[in-house]
Design a protein around this ligand. Structure first.
Ligand code: E4P
Length: 219
């Protein structure tokens, strides 16, 4: 499973990239607004930090507008994935870009039917929002299960399932069991994946015993 980080905070991206565990970045208009920075400038900076796909989202609602915006965004760097919403116009723009070799992330997916359309439009990534479905009393992980099952039936569907709107590590573990290709995680959830109280407790005990030996591995 590839890990993308879902943020436009360059400092956090740099810190996570240093771990070698980061495969890409997703941004959206809300995350750009939160960063308080210029969209093009911040995306350019992110693309220079991370080698993998960096999603930059269009804001036009019509296909022609999305194509104009996406064309400009694609020029920022080779690793840009144009993010388009799952609407008819978004699907048209998706087809436009993928047939020209530009990566596309189709976002705001809330149903398996929508995911089928994205695959048919040649999307590089489909982003089903698990947390937002859970928030309205639906089962976000069930959607990941359904999309993985459907995509697995057809060799022609090469779209990668990108688990989005992740709220906690269980979303990641369950989606990984289903074979989802990618997850985009808020930085705090990525850090939570490493945490376990028994790890902390065990480490404290080992270090206390080690101190008693008076030894040093490196003098
Ligand atoms: C995906 O690419 C989106 O940026 C993101 O995962 C949305 O998550 P949220 O529901 O926490 O805003």
């Amino acid at each position: 499973m590839k890990f993308f980080v879902d943020t436009a905070d360059v400092k956090e991206i740099r810190e996570l990239a240093e771990t070698g565990l980061l495969d890409g970045v997703t941004t959206n208009p809300s995350l750009i607004a939160k960063s308080g920075r210029d969209f093009i400038e911040v995306v350019k900076e992110i693309c220079a930090i991370v080698e993998g796909p960096v999603s930059a989202e269009v804001t036009a609602l019509d296909a022609a507008g999305m194509i104009a915006e996406g064309t400009k965004l694609a020029k920022i760097a080779k690793n840009i994935a144009i993010k388009v919403p799952l609407t008819w116009d978004g699907l048209k723009a998706c087809k436009h870009f993928t047939s020209r070799g530009t990566m596309v992330n189709v976002t705001l997916c809330f149903s398996a039917a929508q995911a089928i359309l994205a695959a048919k439009a040649g999307a590089t990534f489909i982003s089903p929002f698990v947390g937002r479905l859970d928030d309205v009393g639906q089962d976000g992980l069930q959607l990941i299960h359904d999309i993985c099952e459907i995509y697995n039936q057809y060799d022609a569907f090469t779209t990668q399932v990108l688990v989005a709107s992740v709220r906690h590590p269980i979303h990641i573990v369950e989606a990984a069991k289903m074979g989802a290709h990618v997850a985009t995680l808020p930085p705090n959830v990525m850090k939570q994946l490493a945490q376990h109280p028994l790890t902390d407790k065990g480490l404290a005990a080992f270090l206390a015993d080690w101190q008693k030996t008076g030894q040093k591995i490196v003098a």
